[in-house]
Design a protein around this ligand. Sequence first.
Ligand code: ADP
Length: 595
Amino acid sequence: MLFGKNINRYYIKYGPRLLLGIIALIVVDWLQLVIPVLYKYVINGVNNGYVNIDGTDVPFDMAFLLDKICLPMILIILAMVICRFLWRICFFGAGINVETDLRLRMFDVCKDLSQEYYQRNKVGDLMSLFTNDLETVQDCFGSGILMFADALFLGLLAVIKMAVMNIWLTLLCLVPMVLLFAASTVIGKYMMKKWEKRQAAFSSLSDFSQESFAGIAVIKAFVKEAKELSAFKKLNKDNEKANVDFTKLSVALNVFVTLFVESVICVILGYGGYLVWDKTFDAGQLMEFIGYFTAIVWPIMAVSQLIEMHSRGKASLSRISKLLDSTPDVIDAPNVTDPGSIAGNIEFKDLTFKYPGSETEVLKNVSFRINAGESVGIVGRTGSGKTTLVDLILRTYNVPDGTLFVDGQDVNTITIESVRRNAAYVPQDNFLFSDTIENNIAFASDTNDIEEVIKAAKLSDVHDNISEFTEGYKTVLGERGVTVSGGQKQRISIARAIMKNAPILILDDSVSAVDVKTEKNILQSLKSIRGGKTTILIAHRITTIENMDKIVFIENGSVAAVGKHSELYKNCKEYRKMVDLQKLDDIESSNGKGA
Ligand code: ADP
């Protein structure tokens, strides 16, 4: 049994099913306790030649055996099989439903969490919540209720039957059981701590594996396989230790249970034997008593397993609850409006920005305006704040009030969804899904029209490459699109953004991996289709953006100059220096090629 804010609701949701399971379980428990009475009849019948039933002596013959022993036994077994099947379906089915529902809730929360959350929390850690921890909670819910109910009803019924037979023998049997319960509770507390450590060790291990597989190309290129292996060995060892620590306690608990159960058998044989000698009990009654005790051995074992399971389940549920209770930090302010479609005017007004948890001002007093329909190039050194600028337009992070305006409205007064819906974005890492190229390009659009997909691919100059693949647009890309080159990846990402045909298009360093001719084709295409729509292009090469309507030159988080290329070249010393240096570089590299 597992209780907590995020799980209590399922006891109500699946209440009727759980109740049916409990009823079936009680029937099984009750039937199970009829069997020791049959033992008594057989033992006494064999010893005496008759059986005393409710004060009447009945001869122990074939008819008695068939009517009073075999037939009831067959009926008991049949009823037990049916009821066991029923409670299994009820309890385990509910457990699986809880797991499915929790997984959905977790994913639902995950999709709303900000980018910052994913920078703080590792993917491997999250994955272990979705696998290991969920499985533990499911196990604890289904098997937990079963064990709890079984231990309670079977244990209680058997103890009552034992007490009715002989109160002193029963009390003697219960003393070791009480000690066992106390020992189990103490051990259970330690087990929970060990389980938490075990889960943390597993998370680190899966996180490391995930990162190593993702970065396998870098590891191989730098011949760091051995280093990776030794780091993995250490984490694997930590995981092993955490597992062993937990298993040690689990084994200790099991040993305790066996010890106490065996000691109770000694008590029954010793004192019970005396009672038979004393004629308080006959042999059949002693057998019946032992039958009841045998019936409660499983509930006692179940209690220890329940304690272990509960410790694990509680630790896993608390990890899952931490995720479920996380609140997204980038959310709409109250009373925001949805402007529907937007024209594409963007204005920064004296914007200063620090990343959450950081003291450094990444953007300082940024002010400039982009008019709807303009094509704007953003240039500046690496780390000057270009990506941060577009991230703020897309509301990836919270923006200070009164500093960023879209179509004249403070971006904090309109819904985040409306801003993102009206923008298409080609991020620097050009992430592609493990899906067909067609679906990757059509990802942001409402339609999967192949004609539109091909049109977008032609505009981003990647159609010829895609056509060369045997499966064409149906080619399935590997994880993170590893089967295509960096340049092809960039162009497929551009096609995805082009197909969305949004009022604002943002390309972050998106033509860096293509050759000059391809870059020219893409820029030409953009010019032809983006008339009247805002296009923002972050670039390193001045040649990429020199023909744009406006260039924003960023230096150390501040806007150093805004204007046309010719104006900036004439009026801004730093810009001129950068352009001249790039020209020099281009000349040197073309001379190098010629040599
Ligand atoms: P650019 O795109 O011009 O190369 P960025 O906008 O990516 O520059 O980064 C600007 C500065 O912000 C850099 O110093 C970078 O280290 C820092 N930065 C980027 N992302 C984060 C983040 N998530 N948290 C803290 N600092 C960040």
